[in-house]
Write a protein that binds this ligand. Structure first.
Ligand code: PLP
Length: 475
């Protein structure tokens, strides 16, 4: 494709994206396709000769769009918000258009240095001190794998030449809670600890926050059994109910015991743009690493997970490589992001954040998130005032966990498996209708429904509509 051909097709594509985004509120929220429908609509082999841009665009509209669950839809309340602000889409296009290669500072100095700048902007915007040094990962999952490897190497040998699992004389142990996202157990496994060495610490029965005294007891028990406590993963805004582990008390234990403390604030990190929410990660300055996703509530399009560490020397000691073919005359004077994580090649992801922050501005982002916090409190009050409904967990942010318990035919409150069946049935009816989407999830062994508010377009009127749907689709 020549630049001239690109110009013509590119204008059409931008028009198409703008039209599509305008139409999102009129589309079904959940994709209405059946399994394999998209695949079966596509040729089994790649075309031998070029096709016209019009044909490709038409297939995008007619085959791909029906297979997209509209997470930008104002009635989307599933999982966590995954806003993709159009300003950050422009940054994504610019990033691809530049066609950069990020394998060293020399291969694209601007890529490294814009990333340094936006990570520092976001450090300041979330109230973190200058002790933190940030970089962009694809996801919080990868950031957690990185953190677990850092924890492992700190506990097992402190040197990349002498560390690693073989250097450890005893099992290395990680501590978290059952509320932690599934990516934490995966990271623990991938970093080589083995899931038998992941300890789930007791939680408060209502807030689901880790109990620091239970953590301290587990560490003591492990030490007396000859095990080596290596890392703690705290959740700030755990996925199920947005539980907040008490970082301050946990960090005191981690520091006294010399154990790596990773803070997973994948969703809740966005809230730290609001000074009034920062008490939720009080003590974060005493942690060793923090990760959060602007690609969730804040709204920079995937994939922009931020990871901050305090001890860059340890990070580089563990992650650095120095092959002769990547040598440059700037070595020693510049940051080489390949030494800050797992991949070598990196995209110019920083442009997504740079465009988003510059074109939308933090004030407007904050205002939108404050609207969502207010909407969540309003929604919580509505649910609490409705017969048969309950809110099952604290609403610290924008996610409300709800359940409806009707009477059975004998006038008894539905319970046990029958209640589970009923919960899944009403939420599936609403989700299948395409009118709204929520995520069912298990809490204390029973199904409930998470209503996660925070799509850019979700206003109070959409929540009023959701309340009507809930009333209409339950007994
Ligand atoms: N941690 C928490 C608390 C999450 O909610 C999620 C995803 O929703 C993750 C980690 C994983 O995020 P990612 O998709 O960026 O790997």
């Amino acid at each position: 494709m020549t630049p001239e051909e690109f110009r013509k097709a590119g204008h059409e594509l931008i028009d198409w994206i703008a039209d599509y985004r305008e139409q999102v509120p009129d589309l079904p929220v959940r994709a209405q396709v059946k399994p394999n429908e998209v695949r079966d609509a596509l040729p089994k082999t790649a075309p031998d000769s070029p096709e016209s841009f019009e044909t490709v665009l038409s297939d995008l509209q007619n085959i791909v769009v029906p297979g997209v669950t509209q997470v930008q839809h104002p009635m989307h309340y599933g999982w966590f918000p995954s806003n993709a602000s159009l300003s950050s889409v422009l940054g994504d296009i610019a990033s691809s258009g530049l066609g950069t290669l990020g394998i060293s500072w020399e291969s694209c100095p601007a890529l490294t240095e814009v990333e340094q700048v936006v990570c520092d902007w976001l450090r300041q915007l979330t109230g973190l001190s200058e002790a933190w040094h940030g970089s962009i990962h694809d996801t919080a999952s990868t950031a957690c794998v990185t953190a677990m490897i850092l924890a492992r190497e700190k506990a097992s040998g402190l040197s990349k030449n002498h560390g690693g699992l073989p250097a450890s004389s005893a099992p290395l142990i990680i501590y978290s809670t059952r509320q932690a996202h599934s990516s934490i157990a995966k990271a623990v496994q991938l970093a080589g600890f083995g899931n038998d060495n992941l300890r789930y610490i007791d939680e408060d029965p209502y807030t689901r926050a880790m109990k620091p005294e239970a953590l301290a007891a587990a560490i003591t028990e492990d030490r007396s059994a000859g095990n080596i406590p290596a890392g703690i993963v705290c959740s700030v805004g755990a996925t199920g109910t947005t539980a907040m582990d008490p970082i301050d008390a946990i960090a005191d234990i981690a520091n006294a015991e010399d154990i790596w403390l990773h803070v997973d604030a994948a969703m809740a990190g966005s809230a730290m743009l609001l000074p009034e929410c920062r008490h939720l990660w009080h003590g974060v300055e005493k942690a060793d690493s923090v990760a959060w996703n602007p690609h969730k509530w804040m709204g920079t399009i995937l994939d922009t997970a931020l990871m901050y560490v305090r001890d860059v020397d340890h990070l580089e000691r563990v992650m650095s490589t120095n092959p002769s073919y990547l040598r440059s005359t700037a070595d020693g004077e510049v940051v080489q992001y390949r030494d800050w994580g797992i991949p070598l090649g990196r995209r110019f992801r920083a442009l997504k954040l740079w465009f988003h922050l510059r074109l939308d501005g933090p004030d407007a982002i904050r205002e939108r998130m404050r609207r969502d916090l207010e909407n969540a409190q309003w929604f919580k009050q509505q649910i609490e005032s409705m017969e048969g409904w309950e809110v099952l967990a604290p609403v610290d942010l924008q996610t409300v966990c709800i359940r409806h318990t009707p009477m059975d035919d004998d006038g008894q409150l539905l319970s046990g498996d029958a209640l589970d069946k009923y919960t899944l049935s009403w939420v599936d009816i609403i989700n299948s209708s395409g009118e709204a989407f929520m995520s069912p999830s298990v809490l204390d062994g029973r199904w409930m429904v998470r209503v996660s508010i925070g799509v850019e377009g979700t206003e109070r009127s959409h929540l009023e509509k959701l309340i009507e749907l809930l009333k209409h689709n339950t007994q």
